[in-house]
Design a binder for this molecule. Sequence first.
Ligand SMILES: Nc1nc2c(ncn2[C@@H]2O[C@H](COP(=O)(O)OP(=O)(O)OP(=O)(O)O)[C@@H](O)[C@H]2O)c(=O)[nH]1
Ligand SMILES: [Mg+2]
Length: 456
Amino acid sequence: MVEFLGNFNEEIKANLVRVYNEVSRVLSLPKSVIVNLNLVNEKQIKQLNKTTRNIDKVTDVLTYPYVNLKVGQKLKLKDYAFELDPANKMLTIGDIYICNERAIAQAKEYNHTVNREFCFLFLHGLLHICGYDHLNDADAKLMEAMQNKILNALNITRNSYKCGFVTIVGDTNAGKSTLINQLVGEHVAIVSPKSQTTRENIKGIYNDSTTQIVFVDTPGYHKRKTLVDEQMDKQIEEATADTEIVLMLIDANKPLVDSYLKLDKKISTNAKKILLINKIDEASYQKLYPQLAELSKIAKTDEILPISALKGKNCDVLIDMIKKYLPTYDYEMRYYPIDEYTDKNLRQMVAEIVREKALLCLDDEIPHGVQVVVTDYKENSTPIEIYADLYCEKESHKAIILGKAGEMIKKISTLSRISIEKLVQNKVNLQLYVKVKPNWRNDIKAIENFGLKVSE
Ligand SMILES: Nc1nc2c(ncn2[C@@H]2O[C@H](COP(=O)(O)OP(=O)(O)OP(=O)(O)O)[C@@H](O)[C@H]2O)c(=O)[nH]1
Ligand SMILES: [Mg+2]
Protein backbone atom coordinates (compact mmCIF):
# COMPACT_ATOMS: atom_id res chain seq x y z
CA MET A 1 0.00 0.00 0.00
CA VAL A 2 0.95 3.62 -0.36
CA GLU A 3 1.32 5.79 2.70
CA PHE A 4 0.80 9.37 1.57
CA LEU A 5 2.78 11.93 3.51
CA GLY A 6 1.90 15.45 2.47
CA ASN A 7 -0.95 17.32 0.96
CA PHE A 8 -1.74 15.30 -2.21
CA ASN A 9 -4.68 16.18 -4.40
CA GLU A 10 -7.39 13.49 -4.13
CA GLU A 11 -7.58 12.78 -7.87
CA ILE A 12 -3.81 12.42 -8.12
CA LYS A 13 -3.83 10.17 -5.08
CA ALA A 14 -6.36 7.85 -6.71
CA ASN A 15 -4.14 7.54 -9.78
CA LEU A 16 -1.02 6.94 -7.72
CA VAL A 17 -2.83 4.07 -6.02
CA ARG A 18 -3.67 2.66 -9.46
CA VAL A 19 0.02 2.86 -10.38
CA TYR A 20 0.99 1.11 -7.16
CA ASN A 21 -1.57 -1.65 -7.64
CA GLU A 22 -0.39 -2.32 -11.19
CA VAL A 23 3.28 -2.47 -10.14
CA SER A 24 2.33 -4.71 -7.25
CA ARG A 25 0.44 -7.02 -9.63
CA VAL A 26 3.11 -7.13 -12.35
CA LEU A 27 6.05 -7.56 -9.95
CA SER A 28 4.10 -9.77 -7.51
CA LEU A 29 4.73 -7.64 -4.43
CA PRO A 30 3.38 -9.11 -1.21
CA LYS A 31 0.19 -7.50 0.10
CA SER A 32 1.74 -6.43 3.41
CA VAL A 33 4.27 -3.89 2.12
CA ILE A 34 4.23 -0.13 2.44
CA VAL A 35 5.79 2.61 0.34
CA ASN A 36 6.01 6.05 1.88
CA LEU A 37 5.27 8.74 -0.66
CA ASN A 38 6.28 12.20 0.48
CA LEU A 39 5.30 15.48 -1.15
CA VAL A 40 8.03 18.06 -0.66
CA ASN A 41 8.96 21.49 -1.93
CA GLU A 42 12.09 22.59 -3.79
CA LYS A 43 13.90 23.64 -0.65
CA GLN A 44 13.26 20.32 1.05
CA ILE A 45 14.34 18.17 -1.90
CA LYS A 46 17.46 20.27 -2.33
CA GLN A 47 18.30 19.72 1.32
CA LEU A 48 17.70 15.97 0.96
CA ASN A 49 19.95 15.85 -2.09
CA LYS A 50 22.62 17.69 -0.18
CA THR A 51 22.58 15.58 2.94
CA THR A 52 22.06 12.16 1.39
CA ARG A 53 23.76 12.46 -2.01
CA ASN A 54 26.08 15.39 -1.55
CA ILE A 55 24.45 17.07 -4.54
CA ASP A 56 23.39 20.71 -4.31
CA LYS A 57 20.42 20.44 -6.66
CA VAL A 58 16.65 20.43 -6.90
CA THR A 59 15.50 17.17 -8.51
CA ASP A 60 12.04 15.91 -9.38
CA VAL A 61 12.06 12.65 -7.44
CA LEU A 62 14.24 10.94 -4.84
CA THR A 63 14.01 7.31 -3.85
CA TYR A 64 15.40 5.46 -0.82
CA PRO A 65 14.87 1.69 -1.03
CA TYR A 66 14.84 -0.29 2.22
CA VAL A 67 14.94 -3.62 0.44
CA ASN A 68 17.68 -5.01 -1.72
CA LEU A 69 16.13 -6.32 -4.90
CA LYS A 70 17.44 -7.08 -8.37
CA VAL A 71 15.37 -6.77 -11.54
CA GLY A 72 13.11 -9.82 -11.77
CA GLN A 73 13.74 -10.90 -8.18
CA LYS A 74 10.58 -11.50 -6.14
CA LEU A 75 10.28 -9.80 -2.77
CA LYS A 76 9.90 -12.40 -0.01
CA LEU A 77 8.78 -11.16 3.39
CA LYS A 78 10.65 -13.94 5.17
CA ASP A 79 13.93 -12.42 3.97
CA TYR A 80 13.03 -9.31 5.95
CA ALA A 81 11.47 -10.90 9.01
CA PHE A 82 13.35 -8.65 11.43
CA GLU A 83 12.25 -5.50 9.64
CA LEU A 84 8.53 -6.15 9.80
CA ASP A 85 6.59 -3.70 11.93
CA PRO A 86 5.76 -5.70 15.08
CA ALA A 87 2.42 -3.93 15.39
CA ASN A 88 0.97 -4.86 11.98
CA LYS A 89 3.56 -7.18 10.40
CA MET A 90 3.97 -4.76 7.49
CA LEU A 91 7.26 -4.16 5.70
CA THR A 92 8.20 -0.65 4.59
CA ILE A 93 10.06 -1.13 1.31
CA GLY A 94 11.10 2.46 0.66
CA ASP A 95 10.63 6.21 0.78
CA ILE A 96 9.86 8.26 -2.31
CA TYR A 97 10.00 12.06 -2.34
CA ILE A 98 8.35 14.01 -5.14
CA CYS A 99 9.03 17.71 -5.52
CA ASN A 100 5.73 19.48 -6.11
CA GLU A 101 7.08 22.51 -8.03
CA ARG A 102 9.28 20.36 -10.29
CA ALA A 103 6.40 18.02 -11.09
CA ILE A 104 4.18 20.96 -12.06
CA ALA A 105 6.93 22.55 -14.18
CA GLN A 106 7.71 19.28 -15.94
CA ALA A 107 4.06 18.64 -16.71
CA LYS A 108 4.01 22.00 -18.46
CA GLU A 109 7.24 21.27 -20.28
CA TYR A 110 5.96 17.91 -21.58
CA ASN A 111 2.54 19.39 -22.24
CA HIS A 112 0.68 16.80 -20.20
CA THR A 113 -1.28 16.93 -16.98
CA VAL A 114 0.22 17.28 -13.50
CA ASN A 115 -1.64 14.10 -12.68
CA ARG A 116 0.34 12.22 -15.31
CA GLU A 117 3.64 13.70 -14.23
CA PHE A 118 3.05 12.53 -10.66
CA CYS A 119 2.25 9.05 -11.94
CA PHE A 120 5.50 8.94 -13.95
CA LEU A 121 7.61 10.13 -11.06
CA PHE A 122 6.03 7.78 -8.54
CA LEU A 123 6.32 4.82 -10.91
CA HIS A 124 9.95 5.69 -11.56
CA GLY A 125 10.69 5.72 -7.83
CA LEU A 126 8.74 2.54 -7.25
CA LEU A 127 10.69 0.68 -9.93
CA HIS A 128 13.95 1.87 -8.34
CA ILE A 129 12.82 0.30 -5.08
CA CYS A 130 12.09 -2.91 -6.97
CA GLY A 131 15.65 -3.06 -8.33
CA TYR A 132 15.33 -1.18 -11.62
CA ASP A 133 17.98 1.35 -12.56
CA HIS A 134 19.31 3.37 -15.47
CA LEU A 135 23.03 3.39 -14.81
CA ASN A 136 23.82 1.86 -18.19
CA ASP A 137 21.97 1.65 -21.52
CA ALA A 138 20.80 -1.93 -21.08
CA ASP A 139 19.40 -1.26 -17.59
CA ALA A 140 17.80 1.98 -18.73
CA LYS A 141 16.07 0.14 -21.57
CA LEU A 142 14.70 -2.48 -19.18
CA MET A 143 13.43 0.20 -16.84
CA GLU A 144 11.85 2.19 -19.64
CA ALA A 145 10.16 -0.89 -21.04
CA MET A 146 8.66 -1.72 -17.64
CA GLN A 147 7.62 1.90 -17.14
CA ASN A 148 5.86 1.94 -20.53
CA LYS A 149 4.22 -1.42 -19.90
CA ILE A 150 2.65 -0.21 -16.68
CA LEU A 151 1.63 3.20 -17.98
CA ASN A 152 0.13 1.68 -21.10
CA ALA A 153 -1.84 -0.81 -19.04
CA LEU A 154 -3.25 2.10 -17.07
CA ASN A 155 -3.68 4.21 -20.18
CA ILE A 156 -1.38 6.85 -18.74
CA THR A 157 1.00 7.20 -21.66
CA ARG A 158 3.75 9.70 -22.00
CA ASN A 159 3.50 9.75 -25.78
CA SER A 160 4.06 13.12 -27.25
CA TYR A 161 3.05 14.02 -30.77
CA LYS A 162 4.25 17.09 -32.58
CA CYS A 163 2.12 18.81 -35.17
CA GLY A 164 1.97 22.22 -36.76
CA PHE A 165 2.44 24.60 -39.66
CA VAL A 166 5.80 25.78 -40.97
CA THR A 167 5.88 28.49 -43.63
CA ILE A 168 8.85 28.95 -45.95
CA VAL A 169 9.55 32.50 -47.13
CA GLY A 170 12.35 34.18 -49.03
CA ASP A 171 13.31 35.97 -52.20
CA THR A 172 12.43 34.43 -55.49
CA ASN A 173 14.97 31.75 -56.45
CA ALA A 174 16.25 31.29 -52.88
CA GLY A 175 15.28 27.61 -53.11
CA LYS A 176 12.02 27.46 -51.14
CA SER A 177 10.32 24.97 -53.43
CA THR A 178 13.48 22.85 -53.64
CA LEU A 179 13.48 22.78 -49.85
CA ILE A 180 9.82 21.76 -49.44
CA ASN A 181 10.36 18.95 -51.95
CA GLN A 182 13.45 17.78 -50.11
CA LEU A 183 11.74 17.86 -46.70
CA VAL A 184 8.57 16.14 -47.88
CA GLY A 185 10.39 13.70 -50.13
CA GLU A 186 7.99 14.33 -53.04
CA HIS A 187 7.88 16.79 -55.92
CA VAL A 188 5.06 18.90 -54.48
CA ALA A 189 6.23 22.27 -55.80
CA ILE A 190 7.72 23.04 -59.16
CA VAL A 191 11.30 24.29 -59.29
CA SER A 192 13.14 26.32 -61.91
CA PRO A 193 16.12 28.62 -62.27
CA LYS A 194 13.70 31.37 -63.43
CA SER A 195 12.34 33.87 -60.92
CA GLN A 196 8.71 33.83 -59.76
CA THR A 197 8.29 30.12 -60.26
CA THR A 198 5.86 29.61 -57.38
CA ARG A 199 2.59 31.52 -57.86
CA GLU A 200 0.56 30.49 -54.86
CA ASN A 201 0.94 28.78 -51.52
CA ILE A 202 1.46 25.05 -51.71
CA LYS A 203 1.32 22.71 -48.78
CA GLY A 204 3.75 19.82 -48.48
CA ILE A 205 3.13 17.43 -45.63
CA TYR A 206 5.88 15.66 -43.68
CA ASN A 207 4.86 12.67 -41.56
CA ASP A 208 6.69 10.34 -39.25
CA SER A 209 5.36 8.09 -36.51
CA THR A 210 5.06 10.92 -33.98
CA THR A 211 5.06 14.08 -36.09
CA GLN A 212 3.17 15.90 -38.80
CA ILE A 213 4.64 19.08 -40.21
CA VAL A 214 2.56 20.99 -42.74
CA PHE A 215 5.08 22.98 -44.74
CA VAL A 216 3.75 25.91 -46.74
CA ASP A 217 5.79 27.00 -49.75
CA THR A 218 5.10 30.61 -50.71
CA PRO A 219 5.75 32.72 -53.80
CA GLY A 220 9.15 34.44 -53.57
CA TYR A 221 9.57 38.14 -52.92
CA HIS A 222 10.33 40.13 -56.07
CA LYS A 223 9.34 43.44 -57.62
CA ARG A 224 5.56 43.46 -57.92
CA LYS A 225 4.11 44.63 -61.22
CA THR A 226 0.80 42.91 -61.88
CA LEU A 227 -2.37 41.88 -60.05
CA VAL A 228 -1.03 38.34 -59.89
CA ASP A 229 2.02 39.72 -58.07
CA GLU A 230 -0.22 41.48 -55.56
CA GLN A 231 -2.07 38.26 -54.93
CA MET A 232 1.27 36.56 -54.35
CA ASP A 233 2.09 39.08 -51.61
CA LYS A 234 -1.26 38.40 -49.98
CA GLN A 235 -0.53 34.70 -50.05
CA ILE A 236 2.74 35.25 -48.19
CA GLU A 237 0.97 37.45 -45.63
CA GLU A 238 -1.68 34.80 -45.03
CA ALA A 239 0.85 32.02 -44.65
CA THR A 240 3.09 33.91 -42.22
CA ALA A 241 0.25 35.22 -40.07
CA ASP A 242 -1.09 31.84 -39.11
CA THR A 243 1.82 29.48 -38.61
CA GLU A 244 3.92 28.11 -35.78
CA ILE A 245 7.28 28.61 -37.45
CA VAL A 246 8.61 30.72 -40.32
CA LEU A 247 11.63 29.44 -42.21
CA MET A 248 13.42 32.48 -43.64
CA LEU A 249 15.47 31.35 -46.59
CA ILE A 250 18.39 33.34 -47.95
CA ASP A 251 20.90 32.48 -50.65
CA ALA A 252 24.43 31.73 -49.37
CA ASN A 253 25.89 33.27 -52.52
CA LYS A 254 24.38 36.70 -51.82
CA PRO A 255 25.49 39.10 -49.06
CA LEU A 256 24.00 37.42 -46.00
CA VAL A 257 23.49 40.34 -43.64
CA ASP A 258 21.87 42.43 -46.35
CA SER A 259 19.59 39.63 -47.49
CA TYR A 260 18.53 38.90 -43.94
CA LEU A 261 17.78 42.52 -43.07
CA LYS A 262 15.71 42.98 -46.23
CA LEU A 263 13.77 39.81 -45.63
CA ASP A 264 13.21 40.55 -41.96
CA LYS A 265 11.61 43.90 -42.83
CA LYS A 266 9.04 42.20 -45.01
CA ILE A 267 7.85 39.65 -42.49
CA SER A 268 5.46 40.45 -39.75
CA THR A 269 4.68 37.42 -37.62
CA ASN A 270 4.56 36.23 -34.04
CA ALA A 271 5.80 32.80 -35.10
CA LYS A 272 9.20 31.36 -34.21
CA LYS A 273 11.77 32.13 -36.87
CA ILE A 274 14.51 29.92 -38.24
CA LEU A 275 16.97 31.58 -40.58
CA LEU A 276 18.25 29.22 -43.26
CA ILE A 277 21.30 29.94 -45.36
CA ASN A 278 20.65 27.87 -48.46
CA LYS A 279 22.87 26.67 -51.32
CA ILE A 280 25.93 26.13 -49.13
CA ASP A 281 26.98 23.43 -51.62
CA GLU A 282 27.81 26.27 -54.02
CA ALA A 283 29.26 28.76 -51.55
CA SER A 284 32.87 29.06 -50.50
CA TYR A 285 33.45 28.43 -46.82
CA GLN A 286 36.00 31.25 -46.54
CA LYS A 287 33.48 33.75 -47.82
CA LEU A 288 30.62 32.34 -45.84
CA TYR A 289 32.22 31.99 -42.42
CA PRO A 290 32.82 35.67 -41.55
CA GLN A 291 29.38 36.58 -42.82
CA LEU A 292 27.80 33.87 -40.68
CA ALA A 293 29.64 35.21 -37.64
CA GLU A 294 28.33 38.69 -38.38
CA LEU A 295 24.82 37.39 -39.02
CA SER A 296 24.68 35.47 -35.76
CA LYS A 297 25.31 38.73 -33.93
CA ILE A 298 22.49 40.68 -35.52
CA ALA A 299 19.83 38.14 -36.52
CA LYS A 300 16.73 38.28 -34.33
CA THR A 301 15.73 34.74 -35.20
CA ASP A 302 15.42 31.77 -32.86
CA GLU A 303 17.89 29.70 -34.88
CA ILE A 304 20.31 30.01 -37.78
CA LEU A 305 21.17 26.99 -39.90
CA PRO A 306 23.21 26.66 -43.10
CA ILE A 307 21.68 24.09 -45.46
CA SER A 308 21.65 22.79 -48.97
CA ALA A 309 18.06 22.17 -50.02
CA LEU A 310 19.28 20.62 -53.25
CA LYS A 311 21.68 18.13 -51.67
CA GLY A 312 19.64 17.64 -48.48
CA LYS A 313 22.51 18.85 -46.29
CA ASN A 314 21.34 19.60 -42.73
CA CYS A 315 17.72 18.87 -43.62
CA ASP A 316 17.55 16.21 -40.89
CA VAL A 317 18.93 18.74 -38.41
CA LEU A 318 16.25 21.17 -39.59
CA ILE A 319 13.45 18.66 -38.99
CA ASP A 320 14.70 18.11 -35.42
CA MET A 321 14.96 21.85 -34.89
CA ILE A 322 11.39 22.34 -36.10
CA LYS A 323 10.12 19.58 -33.80
CA LYS A 324 11.59 21.46 -30.86
CA TYR A 325 9.32 24.43 -31.52
CA LEU A 326 6.11 22.66 -32.53
CA PRO A 327 3.28 22.21 -30.04
CA THR A 328 3.17 18.85 -28.27
CA TYR A 329 0.06 16.71 -28.00
CA ASP A 330 -0.39 13.63 -25.84
CA TYR A 331 -2.59 12.10 -28.53
CA GLU A 332 -1.91 11.52 -32.20
CA MET A 333 -2.52 14.89 -33.81
CA ARG A 334 -2.53 15.26 -37.61
CA TYR A 335 -4.22 17.89 -39.78
CA TYR A 336 -4.02 15.67 -42.88
CA PRO A 337 -4.29 11.90 -43.37
CA ILE A 338 -0.89 10.25 -43.01
CA ASP A 339 -0.74 9.23 -46.71
CA GLU A 340 -1.39 12.73 -48.12
CA TYR A 341 1.63 14.79 -49.02
CA THR A 342 0.08 17.89 -50.56
CA ASP A 343 -3.13 19.92 -50.62
CA LYS A 344 -3.06 20.15 -54.43
CA ASN A 345 -5.16 17.78 -56.50
CA LEU A 346 -3.86 15.77 -59.44
CA ARG A 347 -5.09 18.25 -62.09
CA GLN A 348 -3.37 21.14 -60.34
CA MET A 349 -0.15 19.15 -60.04
CA VAL A 350 -0.26 18.19 -63.71
CA ALA A 351 -0.82 21.83 -64.73
CA GLU A 352 2.13 22.89 -62.60
CA ILE A 353 4.38 20.23 -64.13
CA VAL A 354 3.61 21.59 -67.61
CA ARG A 355 4.37 25.12 -66.39
CA GLU A 356 7.64 23.88 -64.87
CA LYS A 357 8.75 22.42 -68.18
CA ALA A 358 7.71 25.61 -70.00
CA LEU A 359 9.81 27.62 -67.54
CA LEU A 360 12.78 25.36 -68.17
CA CYS A 361 12.51 25.47 -71.96
CA LEU A 362 11.56 29.10 -72.58
CA ASP A 363 13.66 32.23 -72.45
CA ASP A 364 13.41 34.73 -69.67
CA GLU A 365 10.64 37.16 -70.48
CA ILE A 366 7.92 34.73 -71.62
CA PRO A 367 7.56 32.30 -68.69
CA HIS A 368 6.11 34.80 -66.25
CA GLY A 369 3.06 35.19 -68.48
CA VAL A 370 2.50 31.46 -68.83
CA GLN A 371 -0.33 29.71 -67.04
CA VAL A 372 -1.55 26.18 -67.60
CA VAL A 373 -5.07 24.88 -67.14
CA VAL A 374 -5.96 21.19 -67.39
CA THR A 375 -9.24 21.09 -69.30
CA ASP A 376 -9.85 17.36 -69.33
CA TYR A 377 -8.41 14.37 -67.48
CA LYS A 378 -9.68 11.01 -68.70
CA GLU A 379 -8.59 8.79 -65.86
CA ASN A 380 -10.26 5.64 -67.14
CA SER A 381 -8.72 5.60 -70.59
CA THR A 382 -5.46 3.77 -71.32
CA PRO A 383 -3.19 5.57 -71.61
CA ILE A 384 -4.67 8.30 -69.41
CA GLU A 385 -5.71 11.19 -71.68
CA ILE A 386 -4.90 14.66 -70.44
CA TYR A 387 -5.81 17.89 -72.25
CA ALA A 388 -4.31 21.18 -71.14
CA ASP A 389 -4.30 24.80 -72.33
CA LEU A 390 -1.08 26.69 -72.05
CA TYR A 391 -1.86 30.40 -71.92
CA CYS A 392 0.50 33.23 -72.78
CA GLU A 393 0.00 36.96 -73.15
CA LYS A 394 0.99 37.77 -76.75
CA GLU A 395 0.72 36.25 -80.22
CA SER A 396 4.48 36.68 -80.56
CA HIS A 397 4.96 34.62 -77.38
CA LYS A 398 2.65 31.96 -78.76
CA ALA A 399 4.83 31.66 -81.84
CA ILE A 400 7.92 31.18 -79.65
CA ILE A 401 6.16 28.61 -77.44
CA LEU A 402 5.09 26.64 -80.51
CA GLY A 403 8.57 26.95 -82.02
CA LYS A 404 9.70 26.15 -85.53
CA ALA A 405 7.47 23.39 -86.90
CA GLY A 406 6.06 22.95 -83.39
CA GLU A 407 9.41 21.82 -82.00
CA MET A 408 9.28 23.82 -78.78
CA ILE A 409 5.80 22.72 -77.72
CA LYS A 410 6.77 19.15 -78.57
CA LYS A 411 9.77 19.42 -76.25
CA ILE A 412 7.66 20.93 -73.44
CA SER A 413 5.05 18.25 -73.98
CA THR A 414 7.51 15.33 -73.94
CA LEU A 415 9.28 16.54 -70.78
CA SER A 416 5.91 17.12 -69.12
CA ARG A 417 4.58 13.70 -70.10
CA ILE A 418 7.62 11.93 -68.62
CA SER A 419 7.16 13.72 -65.28
CA ILE A 420 3.39 13.23 -65.24
CA GLU A 421 3.80 9.51 -65.94
CA LYS A 422 6.09 9.31 -62.90
CA LEU A 423 3.50 11.11 -60.81
CA VAL A 424 0.49 9.05 -61.85
CA GLN A 425 2.51 5.85 -62.38
CA ASN A 426 0.76 5.18 -65.62
CA LYS A 427 1.12 5.84 -69.35
CA VAL A 428 -0.15 9.27 -70.36
CA ASN A 429 -1.27 10.86 -73.61
CA LEU A 430 -0.81 14.61 -73.14
CA GLN A 431 -2.39 17.12 -75.52
CA LEU A 432 -1.23 20.72 -75.12
CA TYR A 433 -2.91 23.72 -76.76
CA VAL A 434 -1.25 27.13 -76.76
CA LYS A 435 -3.68 30.04 -76.30
CA VAL A 436 -3.34 33.79 -75.97
CA LYS A 437 -5.05 35.78 -73.23
CA PRO A 438 -3.66 39.32 -73.41
CA ASN A 439 -2.72 40.93 -70.12
CA TRP A 440 -4.36 38.14 -68.08
CA ARG A 441 -2.10 38.85 -65.12
CA ASN A 442 -4.00 42.11 -64.57
CA ASP A 443 -7.43 40.64 -65.14
CA ILE A 444 -8.90 39.40 -61.87
CA LYS A 445 -11.55 37.27 -63.63
CA ALA A 446 -8.94 35.54 -65.76
CA ILE A 447 -6.74 34.98 -62.72
CA GLU A 448 -9.67 33.31 -60.98
CA ASN A 449 -10.62 31.30 -64.06
CA PHE A 450 -7.06 30.03 -64.28
CA GLY A 451 -7.58 28.53 -60.84
CA LEU A 452 -5.33 30.93 -58.95
CA LYS A 453 -6.45 31.99 -55.50
CA VAL A 454 -7.76 35.55 -55.21
CA SER A 455 -7.86 37.20 -51.80
CA GLU A 456 -9.64 40.43 -50.85
N1 LIG B 1 23.22 24.68 -55.80
C1 LIG B 1 22.03 24.77 -55.24
N2 LIG B 1 20.99 25.16 -55.96
C2 LIG B 1 19.78 25.23 -55.38
C3 LIG B 1 19.60 24.88 -54.00
N3 LIG B 1 18.31 25.06 -53.70
C4 LIG B 1 17.70 25.50 -54.83
N4 LIG B 1 18.58 25.62 -55.85
C5 LIG B 1 18.33 26.03 -57.23
O1 LIG B 1 17.82 27.37 -57.21
C6 LIG B 1 16.87 27.55 -58.24
C7 LIG B 1 15.58 28.10 -57.66
O2 LIG B 1 15.00 27.11 -56.85
P1 LIG B 1 13.47 27.15 -56.42
O3 LIG B 1 13.27 26.09 -55.42
O4 LIG B 1 12.58 27.16 -57.60
O5 LIG B 1 13.41 28.58 -55.73
P2 LIG B 1 12.17 29.32 -55.06
O6 LIG B 1 12.68 30.03 -53.86
O7 LIG B 1 11.06 28.37 -54.84
O8 LIG B 1 11.79 30.38 -56.19
P3 LIG B 1 10.35 31.10 -56.46
O9 LIG B 1 9.32 30.05 -56.55
O10 LIG B 1 10.55 31.84 -57.70
O11 LIG B 1 10.12 32.03 -55.31
C8 LIG B 1 16.71 26.20 -58.92
O12 LIG B 1 17.51 26.19 -60.07
C9 LIG B 1 17.22 25.22 -57.88
O13 LIG B 1 17.77 24.02 -58.45
C10 LIG B 1 20.74 24.43 -53.26
O14 LIG B 1 20.71 24.09 -52.09
N5 LIG B 1 21.93 24.40 -53.92
MG1 LIG C 1 9.16 28.31 -55.56
